[in-house]
Design a protein around this ligand. Structure first.
Ligand SMILES: Cc1ncc(COP(=O)(O)O)c(C=O)c1O
Length: 386
């Protein structure tokens, strides 16, 4: 399979020595991290609202310009807690074109995720499709800021207001991003970040709920810690969603270098655009230069005009150790349990199906070797018989 792929110069393109992964972790200053870890061991305060966690929450809230940040053990628990704090029930409208955790966080709590179609250009929820999926059982909408590009927040807010629905966001991709100059984090009643190792900013595993609502923040804090207030007083149902101190140390370390990570991603993204956009049928999803973005997702769309199919390009890349990925393929509605629960969902999701069949996500980040983007572009070009 590796034979026969030649660059424009006619020379065989060698495979990369090391696999190039999508979402390879960016890691900040090790010495700073180890120093914080040492102080943590000295204090013997490993979890339960420690000083590192408190500092991280303050810094994240300030970074996003929101009143409250409640950091938790991962983005999925953050979603589950926010969903419960908002008292969602019955049906909640979500995109199918998202990571399955958006839907699972509802289903796990006995709530039905109802999949609405996306706009094929933005890949985000289409407000008209959201309207079509509202029923008397609908209690809320969870928008996703896919790839870090904001969901249609004004249109969704209008629908939520008009229909009396709760509105929150899965902002797992959108830490460090803005919408009309305002940082993501302050939209809807609450927003949820993921700080998983594969995200551009990580706390090993981790996540947060951010909100400007004092009452909601208080409820979420209780829910994160079994409903405890004080030592022996449980005043609310809850779970264990706490972020541990070592993760907060990683978060503080990585916050210090967040701008350099974004800059590395921005440069990679610009180079991918330059190399891939001139090829027939290929386009790299752009980011609005007026907004802040983390440039973590290099999303290549392979249209019908491309001489090579999406899967053929992926196969060619994998053969050269470039572990590019299909993303959110085949869509949540084709994954279990939703595939059995809603076997005909695809009929109302034509754009989701089309986009899921076209997308390849390419490696980026601070560890991408020099010259990698050019080589990846050459592999793709060769695959197209150029
Ligand atoms: C859109 C989206 N939602 C939710 C999650 C879940 O976050 P976590 O892996 O931190 O639980 C992720 C990422 O993993 C995601 O990409």
């Amino acid at each position: 399979m590796t034979e026969g792929f030649h660059s424009v110069t006619g020379k065989e393109i060698p495979p990369f020595d090391q696999p190039l992964h999508v979402g390879r972790p960016n890691i900040g200053d090790r010495d700073k991290f180890l120093e914080m870890a040492g102080a943590m061991f000295d204090r013997r305060w490993l979890s339960n609202n420690g000083p590192l966690l408190q500092e991280l929450e303050k810094r994240i809230a300030a970074y996003c310009g929101v009143k409250h940040c409640i950091a938790v053990c991962n983005g999925t628990i953050a979603l589950e807690i926010a969903i419960r704090a908002l008292k969602l029930e019955g049906e909640v409208i979500v995109p199918s074109y998202t990571f399955v955790a958006t839907a699972h966080a509802l289903h796990w709590q006995g709530i039905t995720p109802v999949f609405a179609d996306i706009d094929p250009v933005t890949h985000n929820l289409d407000p008209a499709a959201v309207r079509r999926m509202i029923t008397p059982r609908t209690t809320g909408i969870i928008g996703v800021h896919l790839w870090g590009r904001s969901a249609p927040v004004e249109a969704l807010a209008e629908i939520a207001q008009e229909k009396g629905l709760q509105l929150m966001y899965d902002a797992a991709h959108a830490f460090g991003c803005s919408h009309r100059g305002r940082m993501i984090g302050g939209f809807g009643r609450a927003e949820v970040f993921s700080f998983h190792a594969t995200k551009f900013y990580n706390t090993f595993e981790g996540g947060a709920v951010v909100t400007n609502d004092d009452g909601l923040a208080e409820t979420i804090r209780l829910m994160r810690n079994f409903g405890f207030t004080g030592l022996d007083n449980v005043i609310h149902p809850g779970t264990n969603g706490k972020m541990v101190e070592i993760c907060a140390a990683m978060g503080l370390t990585n916050l210090d270098c967040i701008d350099s990570v974004i800059e590395a991603n921005r440069i990679n993204h610009a180079l991918y655009c330059e190399r891939l956009n001139p090829m027939p049928g290929l386009s790299v999803l752009p980011f609005d230069p007026r907004e802040r973005n983390n440039f973590q997702y290099v999303v290549l769309e392979v249209s019908d005009q491309c001489p090579a199919g999406r899967d053929a390009i992926l196969e060619a890349l994998h053969a050269k150790n470039v572990l590019a990925r299909k993303y959110f393929w085949p869509g949540c509605h084709r994954m279990q349990p939703y595939r059995d629960l809603f076997p005909h969902a695809g009929l109302v999701l034509p754009n989701t199906v089309q986009v899921a069949n076209r997308v390849i996500v390419l490696p980026t980040g601070t560890t991408l070797p020099a010259g990698a983007v050019e080589r990846i572009a050459a592999i793709i070009s060769a695959c197209m018989g150029k």
